[in-house]
Unconditional design. Sequence first.
Length: 199
Amino acid sequence: MTKLKLLIGLLLAIGGLAGCGKTADDSMQQSAVINSAGSTKEIRESGPMPEKNEQTEAQKEVTVILRTLADFAQQQLEKHDGFLPFGASIKSNGSLALGAGYVDEDGGDPNVILDFVFRGLRKQAMAGEIRSGGYCMDVRVVLPGKTEKVDAIQVCVEHAEGHSIEVFIPYAKDDGGDYTFGNYISQQDDFRIFYEGED
């Protein structure tokens, strides 16, 4: 059995990552059926995301984490043709950090890694160490009017002040090895990281 070596911490210089995002139409309203880890979910229609100059400070932090996670996932796809689940948070002092699970050469179970990343974020949230957090994973999506699943980046972000969002970014790889990324499909998400009930 592969031994999982796990680490939560700063992975890269965030400053360079935050400014390299690809453009996307965040106001796209669409519904889709999601199949991730054997579960099916329907994306509800949602309104456009607020313009940057209309966002509250909490919404701005959610956007920072969203774009950080999405950008890093896109980079990993373009460089390595895939990625394992990982997370990001804004700490109580305002610093931004990425966290991930590291695995041995044989790889690791994405569900185990996702659970580790999620539990790490939740533990920090309950301790008041972070004010916003999110996680990202590779999923399969059935888009409206289609019958076949396509690949997508899934990003879930929450803020302690009550904001939550779930975003899916469809992607495809062409015969030349280049990736194209579709428009953001977004909806309000349930609270999991900052949920105050019992686990």
